[in-house]
Design a protein around this ligand. Structure first.
Ligand code: GLU
Length: 415
């Protein structure tokens, strides 16, 4: 889950948004974008693959005026990292723009329904479904934006922190959350928004941590309004931040590796989200369900990986052999690819890689496929080369790993 920044007040929003995104860079991301409403009520979305500095270059000759805006750094979960899939996303009419952190588990069903009702999509993301659904409800039911947001959120399964602009309501930002953090900073007749306090702290120490299933309405000249999903008005607790900037960069840790070690409980929850049904005592991975026949046919499983992923493979061997009674070999991809290995068409190859770009593992995948084996990938980076080259697979969804020594990706792979 990556970064969210928002601003509404009397200052120019763009510099605050860019500075905020830079403060959130420590989280890692693959693309960045911003949406602004200018004085004339025009809503513009600017986004690009790459760094926040690339976004700044992109915006050099654009209209970046306006005192209301939202901005995002994305770590792709659905749809490859690209300018098209970067946030914000417009609704079909371009009246609305949304940014989102998290994953919408039932986005495919919702998207199918919306498409059959004539809605046109522009991206491959789960996020676009949210904004299209909000607009669909807004027009079909002829309700105000807050109601449409609440009704849309009722239909979502998954995790989200969102911020939304409507050009017809140019002095307003609506934000909501479920299982993804969102902080609202309260200034003097201005509001700040952040996926954590990092982008807010230099402007105000008065913050509200939004609760799950709550929707916040920030309007210029009005008090912060927070409602729950049944539209009951809540009285949000305003807290005083007790930190300084130095403490919150890299999440307060001196380096990324330590941050990533401590992130593991949250990462593993993200990894299991929507896949473990505790009540039914079931684990459901769609790739395993869809390719059950090929997997059950396996006479042998070969796990190919390098470095830390290879070590995760060793644990995989113990578990798969003890549960499935299928022999498992764990191979260094760099050895496997160069030694003319025996590969049969009833072998299943499991390729494990955090980045999905490990060159030796990718070469091993290609070799296995040439020899007719069925290849399953376990990767972290969405849309990377290995997931594209395999027959199917599962993402581990632990977020960007910046530390060179793998920590959270390892536990994600094992999970
Ligand atoms: N699931 C969304 C996407 O793939 C949001 C990812 C994020 O949290 O950055 O676009």
């Amino acid at each position: 889950m990556c970064g969210i920044v928002g601003y509404i007040g009397n200052r120019e929003a763009y510099p605050i948004l860019i500075k905020g995104l830079k403060r959130l860079e420590y989280r890692g991301y693959d693309s960045a974008g911003a949406a602004l409403v200018n004085q004339n009520g025009e809503l513009s979305v600017y986004k690009t693959k790459g760094k926040v500095s690339d976004l700044e270059t992109f915006c050099q000759d654009k209209d970046i005026s306006g005192c209301v805006g939202i901005a995002h750094t994305r770590w792709a979960t659905h749809g490859e990292p690209s300018s098209l899939n970067a946030h914000p996303h417009y609704s079909e009419s371009k009246n609305l723009a949304i940014i989102h952190n998290g994953i919408i588990e039932n986005y495919a069903d919702l998207k199918k329904k919306l498409i059959s009702d004539g809605v046109h999509f522009r991206s491959d993301t789960d996020t676009e479904v949210i904004v299209q659904l909000i607009e669909y409800i807004q027009t079909k039911k002829n309700v105000d934006l807050l109601t449409a947001v609440r009704l849309a959120l009722h239909q979502l399964i998954g995790a989200y922190a969102i911020a939304l602009l409507d050009k017809r309501e140019k002095n307003q930002i609506i934000a909501a959350r479920k299982q993804s953090p969102l902080v609202i900073g309260i200034g003097d007749n201005e509001f700040f928004l952040g996926s954590d306090a990092t982008p807010i702290i230099e402007y105000t120490d008065k913050v509200v941590y939004l609760d799950d299933d709550n929707v916040a309405v920030m309007r210029l000249g009005e008090e912060l309004k927070v409602v729950n999903n049944m539209n009951h008005e809540m009285s949000p607790e305003v807290r005083t931040l007790d930190m300084n900037l130095g403490q919150i960069e890299k999440g307060g840790y001196p380096h990324f590796m330590l941050k990533e070690i401590f992130e593991q409980p949250e990462c593993l929850e993200n990894c299991m989200r929507g896949r473990v049904n505790v009540d039914a005592n079931k684990v459901m991975l769609s790739a395993v369900i869809d390719y059950k026949k090929q997997l059950l046919n396996a006479k042998r499983i070969i796990i190919v990986a390098c470095g830390t992923s290879w070590h995760a493979g060793l644990i995989g061997k113990q578990i798969i052999e003890s549960f499935c009674r299928i022999p498992v070999e764990v191979e260094y991809a760099s050895e496997f690819r160069y030694r003319n290995p025996v590969i049969n068409s009833d072998d299943v190859i499991i390729a494990v890689s955090q980045s999905g770009e490990t060159a030796d593992t990718l070469a091993a995948v290609k070799l296995a496929k040439e020899n007719g084996a069925f290849v399953f990938g376990i990767c972290n980076a969405i849309g990377s080369s290995i997931p594209r080259a395999t027959n199917t697979g599962s993402y581990i969804h632990v977020g960007p790993e910046i530390g060179v020594a793998s920590t959270k990706a390892f536990t994600g792979q094992v999970t």
